[in-house]
Ligand binder design. Structure first.
Ligand code: AMP
Ligand code: MG
Length: 329
């Protein structure tokens, strides 16, 4: 199969619709990472998305809708706090999990009685969703376990020959996946941290907890149990820069080409040749994380990441990805 990368316009949207209506999948940009979208009402199409990615079949997908789409046909109950959150953060990088009405096919939620809904703010994603006007199930458009894609070229590198079309919307600005929030209980619970932080949610909803599965409990967000975001080279994570530099020097001695990945402030203090600089602000660091992991796997034999000092707010999401992408030392 030939994989085309096209800019988003009337032509490519028409082609996207054709592909989706015949049960295929299209890669689309969003403000977080690129997604691989298929019709959420078509079980065959959704199954194919799992196959294309090599995704475990108990890891449910998020349903994406445009901002005027009426989700009352998809979800059975929306608590008051969730209405306020949706008002404040949608469109945007917040996914909300509700009790399902059973309208989307069971393959989307892997048999769970809930459905995760997101309204992306990216203009290209909105144009695509509006043009198709169907709920679109979309995981990240990478091979399962690999680093999520934040450019059309990243998608191409993973899925060339496996899908027909990648809509090119430039580099994703957010850079890490959406916050996944369970809205089925009395208090919203974060299942996966992201750009909409616990503090931001608590301010609107009154309270917000971080979900931690109890010993032996069936996890509520199955995606969290899998290894994820791994670059195709050795990758390690250190808390402090001294240990990271020591490891870098050991690599040098062994002839292993290593890069240190860290924020701009730390980078300025390092006396090493090869650095993957994530940038200065929290938003820059989140936005550059996958981009730099992908750049690193092209150039390096080993990526040596240094954990950010501040690990709350957006950096909780960054830290969560780093811990999965790199082996903690
Ligand atoms: P990805 O598509 O790779 O961004 O991953 C989607 C994330 O959303 C995974 O961590 C899933 O476990 C989570 N998710 C999707 N649907 C549900 C749901 N119905 N209940 C709980 N978590 C969900
Ligand atoms: Mg993913």
């Amino acid at each position: 199969m030939l994989t085309e990368i096209l800019p988003i316009n009337e032509n490519s949207l028409r082609l996207s619709k054709e592909i989706i209506l015949r049960g295929g999948a299209v890669a689309i940009p969003t403000e977080t990472v690129y997604g691989l979208g298929a019709n959420a009402l078509d079980g065959g199409a959704v199954k194919r998305v799992f196959e294309i990615k090599g995704r475990p079949n108990d890891n449910p997908l998020i349903v994406h809708v445009h901002k005027e789409y009426d989700i009352s046909g998809l979800v059975s109950y929306i608590p008051q706090y969730a209405k306020r959150l949706a008002e404040r953060f949608q469109p945007g990088p917040l996914t909300m999990v509700y009790k399902s009405k059973g309208a989307v096919c069971p393959e989307v939620s892997c048999g769970l009685d809930t459905v995760a809904v997101r309204v992306p703010s990216h203009a290209g994603a909105q144009a695509f969703l509006k043009y198709i006007d169907l709920p679109i199930a979309a995981p990240s458009a990478n091979l399962s376990k690999h680093v999520s894609p934040v450019t059309a070229e990243h998608v191409f590198a993973d899925l060339n020959g496996k899908i027909e079309l990648i809509l090119d919307g430039g580099k994703c600005s957010g850079g890490i996946e959406s916050t996944v929030l369970d809205c089925t209980g009395e208090i919203p619970a974060i299942l996966r941290s992201g750009l909409v932080t616990r503090e931001m949610i608590a301010e609107v909803a009154g309270d917000c907890i971080e979900y931690v599965p109890a010993e032996g409990e069936r996890v509520r967000s199955p995606g969290m149990k899998y290894s994820h975001y791994c670059p195709n080279c050795a990758s390690v994570l250190f808390d402090g820069k001294e240990e990271a530099v020591r490891y870098y020097n050991e690599c040098e001695k062994k002839g292993v080409k290593a890069f240190i990945m860290c924020d701009d402030e730390t980078a300025k203090t390092l006396n090493v040749e090869r650095i993957l600089n994530l940038g200065a602000t929290e938003n820059e660091i989140a936005s550059n994380l996958y981009f730099k992991l992908r750049e690193g796997e092209e150039k390096a034999q080993a990526i040596i990441a240094i954990a950010p000092r501040n690990q709350s707010g957006i950096m909780a999401g960054v830290m969560n990805r780093l811990e999965r992408a790199c082996k903690k030392q």
